[in-house]
Write a protein that binds this ligand. Structure first.
Ligand SMILES: [Cu+2]
Length: 503
């Protein structure tokens, strides 16, 4: 079912059959340039957009389809880059990441090592056409059905582009949509963006204090606090997308009298659960998706809010004629992926470890903090015998260095730790290309485990850890593992992974 008409939804693009191609294709131009948009509830903003909209179009595919996306870079020439690669740079170049999707990281697919550069000054002066970059992604025939998203992912410019609103939702249709109770529910995209706007613009990322003091403006589908209506007894399916760069969300729906509407979570990060899980609060870190079923209850006005944020993300009006009898919730679901088990680990005793670690005030210049990924496969120090806290390479992203060589077909266990004492330094861990099965938090087993592509690790209590199992499957090529607090990633909190053929 379609979403309620008064509630904003991004433009939807679906796959179509194309003569000469074996599978349906989403063939879409994503035009990127500075656009003057009006954010309802906030006001005018001049920002980089996909197709002049916040968020970009929702791309709907089925497993086996192809995404053929043509980016036009209509941004101005890049300003000169005068600092090292661990300072933000080329803010008008970008690329494409299909976050959470199990697709090829190579060639012209989900390859975050490509650069979609704008015209140079000389090319503008010569009247050259705006450059176009084609991405072709074949979605595997067995890809899990669920909610994913896309955003630019070029090291050095990701954060500035995301906080300006460059993000869009990808829906993979499939088995879960055919569950009768879900088929009967309105299918609603709830894309949450976190904008940092000053004087109608996203400030350029020219210092570590870049956006400090600028409050976040949260939008849902491009509007501040839109209103969705729900009839008593009606069930809607909300595809919650945390298309954010800075802030972890803890979402609850509360009414005037303190009543709450339950969220029945049916999927995490695009992977369907075995059965719905009823929650009063849904935690989402930057990059997460949570699909939830919500049923209208006592009529009244409710708000969807995140703990710690004063402003509501959206208003929920439970109103009008009740649905009789009330719509049902499904008792069981088609699980998106089978679980992995410790016995599946291919080479026991070869666990990988990542430690998120920031050294404050160690560099000169505008970016004094080092955001490092340490542990068993850290990027080597420039001077191993020197003061590692001041080292300009240790644990920092180096596209020419392979941190993790990952053989297809193997199952491994990773532990990711934070040693941050500041709560603000939470570092969500995101691995590209393969989903990971979260089995433990702080050494305590989860029952059941939960598939993720991005896992929150709160700061404030050094030693917080998560443990996951992962099987590397189907696709070779170089990809990334990184912190999804994206200004940390731009400043170096990223590692390379190289998926190689098994053997
Ligand atoms: Cu971080």
């Amino acid at each position: 079912m379609a979403a309620p008409t008064a509630f904003p939804q991004p433009v939807v693009v679906t796959s179509r059959s194309v003569p000469g191609r074996p599978a349906p294709v989403v063939d879409q131009v994503l035009d990127v340039r500075f656009t003057d948009i009006s954010v309802p509830g906030y006001g005018p903003v001049s920002t980089r957009t996909y197709n002049g909209a916040l968020p970009g179009p929702t791309l709907r595919v089925r497993a086996g389809d192809t995404l053929r996306l043509t980016h036009v870079n209509g941004l101005p020439p890049n300003p000169p880059h005068i600092r090292d690669s661990h300072a933000p740079h080329h803010p008008n170049s970008f690329n494409l990441h299909t976050h959470g999707m199990h697709v090829s990281p190579s060639g012209d697919a989900d390859n975050v090592l490509r650069e979609f550069a704008p015209r140079s000054d000389d090319e503008v002066a010569a009247g050259a056409a705006e450059p176009r970059y084609v991405t072709t992604i074949d979605v595997p025939a067995d890809h899990p059905a669920g909610t994913y998203w896309y955003h630019p992912h070029l090291h050095g410019s990701t954060a500035e582009q995301i906080v300006g609103g460059m993000a869009g939702v990808i829906v993979v249709e499939g088995d879960v949509d055919d569950v009768p109770e879900i088929r009967a529910a309105a299918d609603v995209v709830v894309c949450i963006n976190e904008l940092k706007i000053k004087d109608g613009k996203v400030p350029a990322f020219t210092s570590g204090r870049w956006v400090s003091g600028i409050p976040s403006t949260f939008t849902v589908n491009g509007t501040v606090n839109p209103t969705i209506t729900l009839r008593p007894g009606e069930v809607q399916r909300w595809r919650l997308v945390a298309a954010t760069a800075f802030t972890s969300l803890r979402l609850a729906i509360t009414g005037d009298g303190g009543s709450t509407l339950l969220m029945h979570q049916i999927a995490q990060d695009g992977i369907t659960f075995a059965k719905p899980v009823a929650l009063t609060e849904v935690g989402m870190v930057m990059g997460n998706r949570a699909d939830v079923l919500v049923r209208g209850d006592t009529p009244g006005t409710y708000t969807l809010k995140s703990a710690g944020a004063s402003a509501p993300l959206m208003t929920v009006q439970v109103t009008e004629t009740p649905v009789e009898p009330p719509m049902e919730l499904p008792a069981s679901l088609p699980p998106g992926r089978p679980f992995l088990h410790e016995e599946d680990i291919t080479l026991p005793g070869t666990d990988r470890e990542v430690v998120f670690h920031a050294d404050s005030g160690v560099f000169t210049g505008d970016f004094p903090n080092a955001y490092r990924m340490l542990g068993t496969q850290a990027t080597p120090a420039a001077d191993p015998s020197g003061d590692l806290s001041h080292d300009p390479a240790y644990g920092l992203f180096d596209p020419g260095y392979t941190n993790h060589t990952l053989r297809l077909g193997t199952v491994e266990r990773w532990t990711v730790r934070s040693d941050e004492s500041l709560p603000a330094l939470n570092h969500p861990f995101h691995l590209h290309t393969n989903q990971v099965l979260l089995t433990h938090r702080n050494g305590t087993r989860l029952d059941p485990p939960v598939w993720h592509d991005t896992i929150g690790i709160p700061g404030g209590a050094p030693g917080q850890s998560v443990t996951f199992l992962v099987r590397y499957e189907d696709f070779t090529g170089r990809a990334a593992a990184h912190c999804h607090q994206l200004h940390h990633e731009d400043l170096g909190m990223m590692q390379t992974v190289d998926y190689v053929a098994g053997g």
